[in-house]
Design a protein. Structure first.
Length: 582
């Protein structure tokens, strides 16, 4: 279109406008007067509808943003800077740029920006963001510190041991964000409900607008206006926002509450399983017990004590098993490595190797039996390692473990909720049953290989109506953690594989946190059910009132019934973030 065409268009429009004003000015004037005069009530109502809707949306957004911020605060603080020590100088850097081996200075009030080991200094570290406990933990040279925790006294120089993306705080935030994307049963119900509910409500509104006028006055405009207005009010009141927003938010807040208490839940669906637990199966060593062993008794045959200990330490020097570490004590095992060949760990049984030309077997009684070695069973209770050299039994060492104080409390509290605790362990039957008695567990399966644990766990799952959880901390627990309805890993002492395989992570290995997790799950479900029932009851009541009153029922009241109710239920969900869990 050329410039001349545009000019001609505007000229034509001006002529038509003048002509319209000349012949229709009185109609236009009456319309303006009516809009600001006779129709002031409708104008006021229209403004109120828009205003209430916008206010409702604003408060919903504020509520959701606040809950997200509370969750981010709860899962640990992300440090904004790090003080890097480089060639005797201090340099402020982004924590994401830190590398393994870098040394950083942490002063009072600083958030520790990366996982590392204290190389100098000492101080109290507030672990609340990680474990939920506010009492500071004293850190000295050689101790490991976690990112996201805060130094409240002293000064530390920390050597970075993990890059930022693998650090504790990054892992926690990543796990919580993953948890947000997993839907609970209540959330899935709401999604399905909204898909069915919305078209049904639209159909009812259409019937309300059309059916009554057909019988009450098909030719009367006032009748049509009355029922059309009632249908519009019904549509506004029946909007499912209150349920669709508040129910997922209840589970979102529950995940945040759990993280405040040192419990990471990787998805809302696992809160449902925690709600329906029939049983909790648990590993023993490092889970029910401390996993801190001390030598209670040892006996050697045929060879002297010094040679027996050398062979035993050589056998255990490459193992990460708690028993091996307890036997080794402060010995790092490096002096044995050059003389070791054909080293092999036999899952659930022990170790075979060749050391200084001698074939050595060290492990359980099953290892001795599998290799047809005649040996003397240790009469003492404890975890016993038997050893054979060149096919001949040479002795054994027995270690004892201590039960966690939180273990018995967990068993007692779960029992009050009608949840049975079961122990699955590879340890000896007498030792395992003794531990079971100490914590109050009647059902103990012992001398199990990883595949045996998995098989028994599957049987428990198949034979129970409710869910079955599994608690573990080691690499050999990963298959069972993945199989269970809810896999619960000990995040402090647990292996990376166990944490990755689990659905719930207890950050400070306190078994009482499992009871807290169950209570939080029950609180989330209660909030969700209340929100669903309250929303439906209120909406049905107000919708009925709007149909009865007709045009006497203001449209802004219908909007308030929707956005106002949504706001109240959103606030109800968010209160979970501030709940005290015993």
């Amino acid at each position: 279109m050329g410039l001349s065409d545009v000019a001609a268009l505007w000229v034509n429009f001006a002529i038509m406008a003048v002509a319209y004003l000349a012949v229709g000015y009185d109609i236009l004037w009456k319309t303006i007067l009516r809009f600001f005069g006779e129709q002031q009530n409708e104008f006021f109502e229209a403004v109120m509808v828009v205003f209430l809707y916008q206010v409702g949306e604003l408060f919903e957004d504020i509520s959701v943003d606040r809950s997200k911020k509370a969750i981010e605060d709860a899962v640990g603080l992300r440090a904004k800077k790090a003080c890097l020590l480089h060639k005797g100088k201090k340099e402020e850097v982004d924590p994401e740029t830190l590398k393994i081996g870098d040394q950083i200075l942490v002063s009072v009030g600083d958030i520790i920006p990366a996982d590392g080991t204290v190389v100098s200094g000492n101080g109290g570290v507030n672990m609340a963001s990680l474990t939920g406990e506010s009492l500071p933990v004293e850190m000295n040279v050689g101790d490991n510190v976690n990112s996201g925790t805060t130094l409240v006294s002293g000064s530390l120089v920390v050597e970075v041991t993990k890059e930022y993306e693998d650090s504790t705080v990054s892992k926690i935030i990543r796990l919580v964000k993953e948890g947000e994307s997993s839907k609970s049963k209540a959330q899935r119900f709401v999604t399905t409900f909204a898909k069915i509910y919305t078209p049904i409500v639209c159909l009812i509104a259409l019937l309300v607008a059309v059916i009554p006028p057909l019988f009450l006055g098909i030719s009367d405009p006032a009748v049509w206006a009355h029922w059309l207005y009632s249908a519009i009010c019904l549509l506004v009141i029946s909007c499912p926002c209150a349920v669709v927003v508040s129910v997922p938010l209840a589970y979102f807040a529950a995940i945040g509450l759990a993280s405040k208490n040192g419990i990471l839940v990787k998805g809302a669906s696992y809160l449902d399983w925690l709600n329906s637990l029939d049983a909790v199966a648990s590993d023993k060593t490092g889970t029910i017990t401390l996993g801190v062993f001390s030598i209670d008794h040892f006996k050697q045959n045929e060879i002297d004590e010094e040679l027996f200990i050398e062979y035993l330490f050589a056998a255990e020097s490459r193992s990460n098993h708690p028993l091996a570490k307890a036997l080794m004590g402060d010995d790092d095992g490096s002096k044995y490595q050059k003389d070791i060949s054909e080293y092999n760990e036999i899952a659930g049984k022990g170790i075979s190797l060749v050391y200084k030309g001698h074939s050595i077997l060290a492990g359980s009684a099953h290892l001795m039996e599998d290799n047809e070695i005649t040996f003397e069973r240790c009469p003492k209770k404890g975890s016993t390692t038997y050893m054979a050299v060149d096919g001949k039994y040479v002795g054994h060492a027995t270690l004892k473990d201590k039960v966690k104080e939180s273990g018995k409390e967990m068993v007692d509290q779960l029992s009050l909720m009608n949840i049975e605790t079961i122990i699955l362990t590879g340890d000896r039957k007498d030792v395992s049953e003794e531990i079971g008695k100490q914590v109050g567990v009647k059902k103990v399966y012992s001398e199990l290989l990883p595949e045996d644990k998995k098989r028994i766990l599957q049987e428990e799952i198949n034979n129970r109506k409710g869910g079955v959880a599994y608690i573990g901390d080691g690499i050999n627990d990963a298959p069972s953690l993945a199989l269970a309805d809810v896999g619960i890993a000990m995040g402090g002492a647990g292996s990376d594989m166990a944490v990755d395989s689990a659905d719930v992570v207890i950050m400070n290995d306190d078994l009482r946190k499992i009871v807290k997790a169950v209570r939080i799950a029950k609180a989330a479900k209660a909030k969700a059910i209340f929100n669903i029932v309250a929303s439906l009851v209120v909406k049905v009541a107000i919708a009925t009132l709007s149909i009865v009153l007709g045009e006497a029922f203001p449209l802004w009241a219908a909007v308030l019934a929707d956005t106002g109710l949504t706001l109240l239920l959103v606030i109800n969900s968010i209160t979970l973030l501030f709940k005290k869990v015993k």
